[in-house]
Design a protein around this ligand. Structure first.
Ligand SMILES: [Zn+2]
Length: 293
């Protein structure tokens, strides 16, 4: 694993202080080669992803998630530092949320020309209604599966159904068995806060479908990389959460009581457990309470 060009910027320290797991003297960004020509670009607590292909069409690059205008500009420089002659063939949005999708033009500016922006079809409406000039709408959309050629290399984009959003895609590079999944899965980390907009039971279905992809290594939108076991444990985590919250509802607890009382010793060591587990209980409670009506 190769670490490229870490740089220290004092300005990120107040932000990092709010994110306990990343506060241990982390650099604000770093590029890591996960497999041959496949890179994770970490910017503060967010991860983007890029793939370099080399072949008859020359050297080409594909970006998934620019993260922000500032991050996107740096991401472009990171690509050019590992592949100075690269042509950018596209920018993909993992889903429509601004904290991952912002900054496409900042990436494109380093390469010139019209760069296609690729997303799931459901991402287009919320991006258009958001009207953020730093988050341009996709120019190419798909509904189920798409393949992007990056020189001689194939990058597959898979829609696994609704989960953290209704337009989350998974990027998969089959020749090295690396996948990139954002926000609906992570490595030994609980879900985000009270699981805002999370779609159940789609969350369960898409984690199971993720395992149908033949990956060995998986990069996440936040936190460290994982493997197939990480996804097996995510499934176990959401199953356990559902089981415990259903038992609390069965016992007549209100949402507030459940958030206070329900705990899961099996997952207490996970990232963000102490801050977000009670909130995850609330998110699960709301789904089960509506479902049971
Ligand atoms: Zn998100």
């Amino acid at each position: 694993m190769r670490i490229l060009a870490p740089v220290i910027l004092g300005v990120v320290m107040p932000f990092l202080a709010m994110v306990p797991e990343t506060s241990i003297a982390q650099e604000p960004y770093e590029t890591t080669e996960v497999a041959d020509g496949v890179y994770r670009f970490r910017w503060q607590a967010h991860n983007g992803f890029f793939v370099i292909g080399r072949g008859d069409s020359g050297t080409q690059a594909l970006v998934i998630d620019p993260i922000s205008v500032e991050a996107g500009a740096q991401l472009a420089l990171e690509i050019l530092s590992v592949a100075p002659d690269a042509e950018l063939v596209g920018i993909v949005y993992s889903h429509h949320h601004a904290d991952h999708a912002t900054g496409a033009e900042a990436v494109a500016a380093e390469f010139g020309g019209e760069i296609p922006i690729i997303a799931h079809a459901n991402a287009e409406a919320p991006i258009r209604s958001g009207g953020d000039p730093a988050l341009p709408p996709p120019t190419v959309t798909f509904t189920d599966r798409a393949t992007v050629m990056v020189s001689d290399r194939r990058v597959q984009l898979h829609y696994l159904g609704p989960n953290h959003s209704d337009n989350s895609l998974v990027a998969f590079v089959p020749d090295v068995g690396v996948a990139f999944a954002v926000d609906f899965a992570s490595h030994d980390r609980v879900g985000y806060r009270d699981l805002p907009d999370w779609k159940f039971p789609g969350q369960f279905t898409s984690l199971a479908r993720l395992l149908e992809l033949d990956f060995e290594t998986i990069v996440f939108g936040h936190g460290p990389n994982g493997d197939r076991g990480s996804i097996v444990r995510q499934i176990a985590y959401y199953d356990d959460l559902q089981f415990r919250v259903a038992a609390a509802i069965q016992a007549g607890m209100t949402e507030n009581e459940a958030a206070e009382v329900v705990r899961s010793p099996d997952f207490a060591g996970w990232s963000q457990y102490s801050d977000w587990y009670g909130l995850n209980v609330r998110g699960m409670y709301r789904w089960l309470a509506t479902r049971n009506k």
